[in-house]
Design a binder for this molecule. Structure first.
Ligand code: GLU
Length: 399
């Protein structure tokens, strides 16, 4: 037997959002004044009542194994939130608490996919979906929501991509990286296709609390009984409660899918951190005003960022409605010259911005849109202003 490694691990790319963010943090630690529009991570402290619940959990000795799929009290709190916020009826035996949203999604794909099963992923997509699908032996099938359609895909596009191997559709609303939000009518049309063609919908609703203006979050599973049966609703605490490091995600699904996910999780990780579960419980049942406070601040940052970017030369963007990203079309920049050399790609633009202007942005080839970059406005207004000034300086030098 030779010392070879798995083919599966060979084809997985490391997460570039995390890699760029790590590089920016490393530059900061060297004393470089970097502005980080990289990873989508709220800059707010986790609300104090949530931290206090975790400290109390430690004091109370709540530091041992819990049931592998999460404590019953937390599952009940998740059910209540699903009912009240999403209009969804899930019982505790339909809930799995996992180690963050990514873990929930990998559990879902592991539960659903057999080798060769196809998963339709609308582009632009969050970069981890295709890698997760491949890790679960599935085949990502991409369809494109272009700028003219607000980066959203239609039910007709989804239907055209369906084959006899289609197992699931990934639906992310509000969307990372575009900030777009699917309307009820759009979701109804998609649900109709999913039911008629009989495939699952993996609904990633991680940014459900972060919608600005008049749009409303609609959970596709809430539309009717048939789509409810086929949907795995995924969410988590990271973005809404500024709890990225605590790693708590959860899913609502059929009892059958939930059992499979719980069994796999019991072998892979056992329970999510017991202390983080107590913190998550407090987040869900305690005062909710922190969500509104953070949303208000994000909204101010969104408006400012959008207004600034849309008025910059050589780039274009449409108004984001949710999440905390501005998705910027830099296709014209690629054809221009910086210091006499063609910029060529969004990736090269991101390199120039980081190395010469000390601004970290995410080039979006790994999100299925090679001529776009993503800016996360989950940083302070002061940082946003400074970072956008630097991007504008860069754009003004282009010929
Ligand atoms: N989901 C966030 C982002 O897209 C965090 C980093 C990651 O997990 O990719 O920036």
């Amino acid at each position: 037997m030779s010392l070879t490694l798995s083919k599966k691990s060979e084809q997985v790319k490391p997460s570039s959002t995390l890699a760029i963010t790590a590089k920016a943090k490393e530059m900061k630690s060297q004393g470089i004044d970097v502005v980080g529009f990289g990873a989508g991570e709220p800059d707010f402290n986790t609300p104090q009542n949530i931290c206090d619940a975790a400290i109390k959990a430690i004091g109370d000795g709540f530091t041992k194994y819990t049931p592998a799929s999460g404590t019953n009290e937390l599952k009940e709190a998740v059910c209540k939130k699903f009912k009240e916020f999403n209009g969804l009826d899930y019982a505790p035996n339909q809930i799995v608490i996992s180690n963050g949203g990514k873990h929930s999604l990998t559990n879902v794909f592991d539960a659903l996919l057999n080798p060769g099963d196809e998963v339709i992923i609308p582009a632009p997509y969050w970069l981890s979906y295709p890698e997760m699908v491949k890790l679960s032996d599935g085949v990502p099938v991409f369809i494109t929501g272009n700028k003219e359609q607000n980066y959203k895909v239609s039910a007709a596009q989804i239907e055209a991509a369906v084959t006899d191997k289609t197992k699931a559709l990934v639906l992310n609303t509000p969307s990372n990286p575009t900030g777009m939000v699917y309307t009820r009518e759009e979701l109804e049309a998609i649900a109709e296709v999913a039911v008629r063609k009989d495939f699952y919908v993996v609904a990633d609703e991680m940014y459900e609390h972060l919608i600005y203006g008049d749009d409303k979050h609609v959970s596709i599973a809430s539309l009717n009984e048939e789509i409810y049966k086929r949907t795995i609703t995924c969410s988590g605490l990271s973005k809404s409660y500024s709890m990225t490091g605590w790693r708590v995600g959860y899913t609502g699904a059929s009892v059958e899918i939930t059992k499979r996910m719980s069994a796999m999780q019991s072998h892979a990780t056992s329970n999510p951190n017991s202390i983080a579960q107590k913190a998550a419980l407090e987040a869900l049942v305690g005062p909710q005003d922190a969500i509104a406070t953070m949303r208000k601040e994000f909204d101010a940052r969104r408006k400012y960022s959008f207004e600034r970017v849309r008025n910059m030369p050589h780039v274009d963007c449409i108004e984001p409605k949710g999440a905390f990203y501005v998705f910027v079309d830099v296709s014209k920049v690629q054809d221009m010259k910086y210091k006499g050399e063609k910029v060529e790609s969004a990736a090269k633009m991101a390199d120039i911005l980081l190395n010469e202007f000390n601004v970290a942005v995410i080039p979006c080839a790994d999100f299925g849109f090679a001529d776009h970059i993503r800016l996360s406005y989950a940083i302070s207004m002061e940082q946003i202003e400074k970072g956008l000034n630097r991007i504008e300086d860069f754009l003004n030098t282009l010929e």
